[in-house]
Design a protein around this ligand. Structure first.
Ligand code: MN
Length: 504
């Protein structure tokens, strides 16, 4: 992954002085053991570091200030081993600017029924200590994830792992820069949005750059660099006949390689984590960047077509969560409508003009060149492949004017017949709960045709992300019923307007 730091998560345990120094030492030992076990579980993408046992408002506030200030801290896992009066936490939580996860666990798994005494009771008090903490988090309207269960359980560790991946993505977005080459596609609505609001909400800066500046960088690429990259293409892909050195279309491949090298240099020099392109703004570029965008996405850059910077930001975040694996820019392109009245077996064919990430390729991609009906440029080179079958999600981030909504549909990618005349990367999937319900729900919610498509992530990650960002989440899954969903959308309009006020 390009431009990716590896911060750590801090583990913090809450208690109070009522118990005396002896029990507090034991509480601290227990907390350290819990943190070290979770850290060694292999379920967390970042180091989990035992940080402190906190017993006073001053300690709590100092720790929260330190966490907020330290760029190497991506978030906190908090646990009240014993009772920790929650008003002690108000000062600290008020200044905490990092995400936190509330682990509701207990040091002992099972009760020693025959031997239980008041000492045991005093040292296994999360049942009420964590309730006291939860009250204050709720009272302060703080977004957080609550994970319940014994700290050695695989499910608990996996839930913490999902949250830690989201915390990593959130940390990565703060201060991230995204470059737009050209504007949004003319007259398109859903790819538009308020970049000021996005910077306030997600911490990202999105700025436009002249295509001429990019062209200058493309033109500065040396022939030797182009040849080196073509060698890499030859070893990584099945290069189509006609594109090899000395063949009639080799010039197209050289142009594609030059565009990739120029874009890559521009993005690296500017420290960008993602970008957009627009086929209407290509002045001076010989081809619409297809192969270049695909390979840059595979290296972890966020991307959105037609100036869609919101999807570029979302793709970067999901790529960080997914560790760069099996996650792509996608577009709901066309349908296979089954004649069955239940709409079972109706399917969506997802693709884009060119730009689908090869991290979702089922096999070795083919490198081909074909005409493109729009853009008025030379034929662009692109990677052509099928995506694998299996569960996946589609996620869309829209701007409702004043606030953002994240929409997720759980889907199942399915096998499909050969597509010999469709020279683009593609995936075919069935939607949950079924085709008609899912599509009506998506359209009622205002979801875009552009999405981030991932085999590596589940709705849980989107829920955690929406919680950290403080935005609305709409999940379309096996439980979705349209009437309930329409009510949910109406109620959320009011809820988020009240909760957020005029801030965005
Ligand atoms: Mn598009």
């Amino acid at each position: 992954m390009q431009q990716l730091a590896t911060p750590e998560i801090w583990f913090v345990c809450g208690s109070q002085h009522l118990y005396g120094p002896g029990p507090l030492e034991e509480v601290a030992r227990n907390a350290r053991e819990v943190a070290e076990t979770l850290d060694a579980s292999g379920q967390l993408p970042l180091r989990l570091v035992y940080k402190a046992l906190l017993t006073t408002p001053e300690e709590i506030r100092a720790l929260c200030l330190e966490a907020s200030r330290d760029p190497n801290c991506a978030g906190l896992v908090v646990w009240m081993h014993t009772f920790s009066p929650s008003r002690m936490w108000i000062g600290g939580l008020s200044v905490l600017s990092k995400p936190f996860c509330h682990l509701h666990t207990q040091y002992n798994r099972e009760l020693p029924w025959a031997d239980i005494d008041m000492d045991f009771m005093n040292l296994n008090q999360a049942a009420h200590g964590d309730r006291e903490a939860g009250f204050m988090h709720t009272r302060m309207r703080l977004g957080r994830k609550v994970v319940v269960g014994h700290w050695t359980d695989a499910v608990v560790q996996a839930q913490l792992g999902a949250w830690a991946r989201v915390a990593h993505a959130w940390s990565d977005l703060q201060g991230a820069k995204f470059a737009r080459f050209g504007d949004n596609m003319r007259y398109v609505g859903v790819t538009e949005g308020d970049k000021v609001a996005a910077e306030i909400r997600f911490g990202v800066a999105v700025n436009g750059y002249g295509v001429g500046d990019l062209v200058e960088r493309v033109d500065a690429v040396s022939d030797a660099e182009v040849e080196g990259l073509i060698d890499e293409y030859e070893s990584s892909y099945e290069v189509a006949d006609g594109l090899h050195k000395g063949q009639e279309r080799h010039g197209s491949l050289r142009d594609g390689a030059r565009i990739e090298l120029g874009m890559r240099a521009f993005l690296e020099e500017g420290g960008f984590k993602g970008f957009t392109t627009t086929f209407e703004n290509l002045h001076g570029l010989k081809q619409l960047p297809g192969l270049a965008v695909q390979r840059l996405m595979a290296d972890g850059y966020g991307f959105g077509g037609e100036g869609d910077w919101k999807t570029a930001v979302l793709l970067r975040a999901l790529k960080v969560m997914a560790g760069g694996e099996r996650t792509s820019f996608m577009e709901d392109y066309t349908y296979h409508m089954s004649p069955s009245p239940s709409s079972s077996q109706s399917q969506v064919l997802g693709s884009h003009m060119l730009e689908v990430c090869p991290t979702i390729a089922a096999g070795k991609p083919r490198l081909e060149v074909h005409p493109l009906g729009i853009g008025g440029k030379e034929d662009p080179v692109r990677l052509v492949f099928d995506a694998p079958t299996g569960p996946a999600i589609n996620a869309s981030l829209i701007d409702l004017g004043g606030r953002f909504r994240l929409i997720v549909n759980e889907v199942e990618a399915v096998p499909h017949p050969d597509l010999p005349k469709l020279p683009v990367a593609r995936a075919v999937w069935e939607c949950k709960p079924d085709f008609k319900t899912a599509l009506a729900a998506w359209i009622y919610a205002g979801g875009a045709h552009h999405t981030v498509y991932s085999y590596a992530l589940k709705s849980e990650y989107m829920e955690d992300f929406a919680e950290v960002a403080g935005i609305e989440l709409v999940v379309i899954d096996e439980h979705t019923r349209l009437r309930e969903l329409k009510n949910e959308l109406r109620q959320n309009d009011l809820t988020y307007t009240l909760a957020q006020g005029l801030r965005n």
